[in-house]
Design a protein around this ligand. Structure first.
Ligand code: 26Q
Length: 803
């Protein structure tokens, strides 16, 4: 948008007086933040309604991205950037004596997601608006986001994340768009006088779903899409006969949208979680149908106007919920309804870990969602009937929806969708060949790959302004919306001036992060050291433990020989553990304790430091990633579906140290093996070990002296204060088979780290590698990912031009 500094200053002062009756000198940061937030809203409101109007008039097909999680991060700067007024506003505020960076800190970071899956949804809505895809997010407005992490004596402690405490400037409550969601009760089918069979409900509990809409502003294109998050409320009551019963019922209903479940890998079959899933699914689908009806088209045409995307199985109830509405409320016959449903739905799988696959006990579903359960049974019956004639019984048994007393959500999503995709090439191949092989036999053409992506606007333009400026000086700014244009940077691979400039920027970002660490943790770190970064949820398969064992081996090397020639390193960790994941929490305690030991040992002359940041999330990622030299992507091959921090880090010039897992494989293909450091078992080797059962971790402990010493340190008192944790972790590796092959890959990992050490010594060579990584990162922009979803899955165009 066009906005002069002068106009902005006038608007700002006017809004401050109107809302707070204050002038600038009286106002504090909070008032200034809310004023700026409200101004941004007013600047985007016209385009928001214009976009909606355009979609309605043109009857364009709409995409609805259903996700339990949207891990947005702070929106102030992102909105300013996308409106094209970031620099104007920053400088105008400065004239008024206000520092934009200080205002930014006022905004709470809404942690409405666990990790990769939630952040992917956030990158996608940014890219969909920018790519002019008519697509909207649908999720839950959790009152509490992912817990706030604190370390107390090295242990993780969880505190509530009350992000809504001071209100949320970006949202609008839309009471007129509220819908009713039904739980429990009894249901039976009754013949109506028109000859329809309709369900009759008795004693259901009704929950009011109230939507809160936020603008999703496209980058400099006047498009504003919508993120709709639902909040659960007690429907208005005529009379309250029993006040205490009323209060109880209100609390019970409001608890549905109270808190995000903090597990990202092991599913917990709690009733409240199932309520959450049906709640936002039913509310979202009802609201879509309401909107569709305004077009006065027959329901048979729904799939021409609506695509619904199921982000992991959490919203898999979309399938029976849409069927329910088409059957019971629109009176379609089964075949037509099913045809429409399958054409509307598509599903993304994000994991191969069997413990993460959602399944719900039949009793739970049938009592909470009696009608939905009937529909699921009928879907399953028809599936087995139809496929039973075409495939052998064993395949049908293994692909049924209802089995062993449970409803399998992935099976429901696959059978009910026309497309199922994995999130990296390797992951999709494993789905087809191993994890979902039976389904691949049944529905080969439904399977496809969509490698994840990240938005370069948040992860480079906002997070790393010095680098953005350098790139723009060298190759112009086309990459902002055509990210593969970053490849033009390759022309500077032998230009020492550019390489030195890159080094200078990295150093600056490292200094900034070092200042932050000094201020918040009281720890001094050296910006000339290698900043080696592993930031992701804590999980055994991601092998933060292997990283730590390597650090210990370096530490002992220095203890034995203080003159040992190693490059100084700062190891940076950021990770939350699921509160119920004991082993992950033990690893957190161990890392913190080793940090304490190493950071305070003056005999190693500051050659090693460990920084374990508290409460890692989007805002911290924005500080850490631009300062990273090394990107640790060391999951056991086959276990990480894709990873996305790998993409963010390469985009900021970090060198990837990785196993051939998830999207690391594709990163290697794009930068070439000389610009990445790869080590460790391959996926086929891991499966071979599973197959022949020939991995015996104990022999690695017994035969490798370095490993022996490092592992003994866990149990012999070398690391004070981790007696129980040390034994438990030692046993998991040596005694109980080392599920994720940490000891097997240890040597290869140490060798790979030595390679990093030696590469870093040649500064120009290192910066050349960094440059090639930045230049090759464009392909991993979520702009391309969502364009592929649009073309190949949703069948929507990406050119709603509103310019
Ligand atoms: C399920 C049921 C009950 C409670 C919680 C859950 C639950 C919640 C979140 C299960 C899984 C998740 C999140 C999974 C996740 O983030 N997976 C990651 O997705 C990224 C985006 O595709 C990939 O890059 C990562 O590899 C994958 O681990």
């Amino acid at each position: 948008m066009d906005l002069s500094k002068r106009k902005f200053k006038d608007d700002f002062k006017k809004m401050l007086t109107e809302v707070y009756s204050m002038d600038i000198t009286e106002s504090e940061l909070t008032e200034q933040f809310f004023t700026l937030g409200n101004l941004i809203r007013s600047y985007s409101s016209k385009n928001w309604s214009r976009t909606n109007q355009h979609y309605s008039e043109k009857k364009e097909k709409q995409v609805y991205y259903f996700s339990m999680e949207f891990l947005l991060g702070r929106m102030l700067k992102s909105n300013l950037l996308n409106l094209g007024i970031l620099d104007t506003v920053r400088s105008a505020l400065q004239d008024l004596g206000i520092d934009l960076e200080e205002l930014v800190q006022i905004e709470p970071d809404p942690g409405l997601g666990n990790g990769g899956l939630g952040r992917l949804a956030a990158c996608f809505i940014d890219s969909m608006a920018t790519s002019e895809i008519p697509a909207h997010g649908n999720g839950i407005r959790f009152k509490y986001g992912l817990f706030k992490q604190k370390f107390v004596n090295g242990y993780q402690v969880e505190l509530p994340e009350n992000w809504l405490q001071n209100g949320n400037v970006w949202e609008t409550r839309k009471m007129h768009a509220a819908v009713t969601v039904r739980f429990y009760g009894k249901v039976w089918l009754q013949q109506t006088d028109k000859g329809f069979l309709t369900p009759h409900y008795e004693g259901a509990q009704e929950v009011l779903a109230v939507p809160y809409d936020s603008a999703v502003i496209g980058y400099k294109n006047n498009v504003v899409n919508t993120l709709r998050l639902w909040s659960a409320e007690l429907p208005p009551q005529d009379d309250i006969s029993d006040y205490w019963a009323y209060i109880h019922q209100r609390n019970q209903i409001e608890s549905i949208s109270e808190v995000l479940y903090p597990d990202d890998s092991t599913y917990e079959g709690r009733l409240l979680r199932l309520k959450q899933e049906y709640f936002f699914v039913s509310a979202g689908i009802q609201s879509i149908i309401r909107h569709f009806k305004k077009m006065h088209l027959h329901m048979n045409h729904l799939a021409e106007k609506v695509a619904i995307h199921i982000n992991d199985t959490h919203p898999a109830l979309c399938v029976p919920e849409l069927m329910r509405i088409l059957l019971d409320e629109e009176h379609m016959d089964w075949e037509h309804a099913w045809n429409v449903t399958v054409n509307v739905m598509s599903y993304t799988n994000h994991t191969i870990m069997s413990e993460a696959l959602e399944k719900w006990p039949i009793d739970m579903i049938s009592s909470l969602l009696p009608r939905i359960y009937q529909v699921i049974c009928e879907i399953d019956r028809r599936y087995t009937m139809k496929m039973g004639t075409l495939f052998e019984p064993a395949i049908i048994d293994r692909t049924q929806i209802i089995e062993g007393g449970h409803v399998k959500m992935a099976h429901l999503a696959i059978i009910g969708s026309h497309s199922i995709n994995g999130v990296a090439q390797l992951h999709t191949t494993i789905l087809k060949e191993k994890v979902l092989h039976d389904f691949f036999l049944v529905y080969p053409s439904k399977f496809n790959n969509k490698t994840n992506g990240i938005t370069q606007r948040r992860w480079l333009m906002l997070a790393n302004e010095p680098l953005r400026d350098l790139i723009n000086r060298k190759i112009g700014n086309e990459w902002e919306t055509m990210p593969t244009e970053l490849k033009m940077l390759k022309a500077f691979r032998d230009d020492n001036e550019t390489l030195l400039e890159l080094a200078r920027i990295k150093h600056l970002n490292k200094e900034r992060f070092a200042d932050y660490v000094q201020e918040t943790m009281g720890l001094a770190i050296n910006p000339d050291a290698i900043f080696d970064v592993q930031i992701k949820r804590l999980h055994a398969y991601k092998r933060q433990l292997m990283n730590l064992l390597h650090i210990l081996s370096l530490y002992f090397k220095l203890k034995d020989n203080p003159a040992a020639d190693i490059q100084p390193r700062v190891f940076i960790f950021g990770a939350k553990a699921a509160p119920s994941y004991t082993y992950a929490k033990q690893i957190i305690k161990l890392i913190n304790t080793v940090a304490e030991l190493i950071n305070n040992d003056s005999s190693i002359e500051n050659k090693l430091k460990i920084v374990f940041v508290e409460n890692y999330g989007v805002s911290l990622a924005e500080k850490i990633i631009p300062a990273a030299d090394v990107s640790e992507q060391i999951s056991l091959a086959s276990k990480e579906a894709s990873g996305t921090s790998n993409m963010k880090l390469m985009l900021n010039g970090a060198i990837t140290l990785a196993t051939l897992d998830g999207a690391n494989v594709e990163i290697k293909e794009h930068v070439g093996s000389e610009n990445i450091v790869i080590f460790g078992l391959r996926e086929e080797e891991v499966y071979q070990y599973y197959h022949d059962g020939s991995y015996h971790s104990r022999s690695y402990y017994e035969n490798n002296p370095v490993l022996h010493r490092v592992l003994d340190a866990l149990i012999d008192g070398t690391i004070p204060g981790v007696v129980a944790e040390g034994h438990s972790i030692f046993d998991s590796l040596v005694q109980y088979g080392d599920e994720y092959f940490v000891l097997r890959d240890f040597d290869a990992y140490v060798a790979a780290q030595e390679r990093i050490d030696s590469l870093y010594r040649d500064m120009l060579k290192w910066q050349r590698m960094a440059l090639i990584n930045i230049a090759g990162a464009g392909i991993f922009s979520s702009d391309y990912t969502v364009q592929q979803y649009a073309n190949q899955i949703w069948d929507v165009s990406s050119n709603a031009h509103l310019k």
